[in-house]
Design a protein around this ligand. Structure first.
Ligand code: BTN
Length: 266
C-alpha cells in the first residue's frame, strides 16, 4: 500500500514542521490511527509524522463517541508538538478544522463549512470530524472524513454525508490525504509564526454557525442563544439574553442549520 502514498510523503517533507523528516505509517487496519500516533509520539517521533489506515476497528470521536471507520473513508492522525512552538493547544482545534475544510474544498470544489469546534459540514450534514488527544509534549490530531461511503451502520442520530454522496463520484484517498494534511500543516505553520489572526479569520469565513441560533450542551446544563463569534483562544461566544457566554467545550446543535453556506452573517 505504501507506494500509493508517495504524494503524501512528499507533501509532509515539503512542509516539514519539525527539525527532522516526519514518519509516514500506512496501515490496512488498526484499532484507531490515534492509538498508533500516540505511541509514535510517546517514542519521540518527529513532528508532522502521520498515520493513515484503510479501516479502524475502534475509531473514536469527540465526547467518547464511536466513529464508524469502514473502508472507503479517510482516517488519519498527525503528530504535532505545539508546546515547543508557543502555540496554545486550544488553538489547534481551529487550525486543523480550517486546514481540513480548505483541503476538501480544493480537491472537490464542494462548499465544506465548519461547525465549532471542528466538525466538517456540507449542506447541513456532517462529512467529517477531528479528535485531538494530548500528551505531555505532543498533540495527536485525528481526522476522519467520509469519502466513499454511501451508508452507515444503525441509525446515526443525525444523518452524515460523504464526498461520494455529494458529488456522485468515487474519490481517490491518496491525493485527498496529501492535500488535506498539507493544508493542516500550512495553517499550523502560520499559527506557529504568530499569524493566528489569519487562521481565526479563515475559520469565521468557513463557519456555518456564526449568526445562527444554537443550543449548547454543557456537562451540567444546556443553553440556547446566538453563536456570535470565536474569541482569541478559539472559544465559542454565544449571546444569551444580551450577555456573551464563553463556551470552552461542549456539543453544539444548530437549531436552523439546513443548507446554510459558510460565511458570517452581517
Ligand atoms: C468527531 O467528530 O467526533 C471526531 C471524529 C474523529 C475521527 C478520526 S478518524 C482518525 C482518528 N482516529 C480515531 O479513532 N478518531 C480520529
Amino acid at each position: 500500500m505504501t507506494d500509493r502514498w508517495s504524494d503524501t510523503r512528499r507533501k509532509l517533507e515539503e512542509i516539514q514542521v519539525g527539525p527532522s523528516g516526519p514518519e509516514l505509517v500506512v496501515l490496512d487496519v488498526t484499532t484507531s490511527t490515534n492509538d498508533v500516533a500516540r505511541e509514535l509520539a510517546g517514542r519521540g517521533c518527529p513532528e508532522g509524522s502521520l498515520v493513515v489506515a484503510a479501516c479502524q476497528t475502534a475509531g473514536r470521536g469527540r465526547l467518547g463517541r464511536n466513529w464508524q471507520s469502514q473502508e472507503g473513508g479517510l482516517w488519519f492522525s498527525l503528530v504535532l508538538r505545539p508546546g515547543s512552538r508557543m502555540v496554545p493547544v486550544f488553538r489547534l482545534a481551529l487550525v486543523s478544522a480550517v486546514g481540513s475544510a480548505e483541503g476538501l474544498r480544493e480537491k472537490t470544489g464542494l462548499a465544506v463549512g465548519l461547525k465549532w469546534p471542528n466538525d466538517l459540514y456540507i449542506g447541513g450534514k456532517k462529512v467529517g470530524g477531528i479528535l485531538h488527544e494530548l500528551g505531555q509534549d505532543w498533540v495527536v490530531v485525528g481526522v476522519g472524513i467520509n469519502v466513499n461511503q454511501v451508508a452507515w451502520e444503525g441509525e446515526p442520530a443525525t444523518r452524515p454525508t460523504s464526498l461520494r454522496l455529494e458529488t456522485g463520484q468515487v474519490h481517490d484517498l491518496e491525493p485527498l490525504l496529501a492535500v488535506v494534511a498539507g493544508r493542516i500543516l500550512l495553517r499550523y505553520r502560520q499559527a506557529c509564526s504568530g499569524e493566528w489572526e489569519q487562521v481565526r479569520e479563515a475559520w469565521r469565513a468557513l463557519s456555518v454557525m456564526l449568526g445562527q441560533e444554537v443550543v449548547v450542551t454543557l456537562p451540567d446544563r444546556s443553553l440556547a442563544g446566538l453563536a456570535s463569534d470565536i474569541d482569541e483562544d478559539g472559544n465559542l461566544l454565544v449571546k444569551v439574553g444580551g450577555a456573551l457566554v464563553t463556551v470552552t467545550a461542549g456539543d453544539v446543535l444548530l437549531t436552523r442549520a439546513k443548507g446554510r453556506s459558510p460565511g458570517r452573517d452581517a
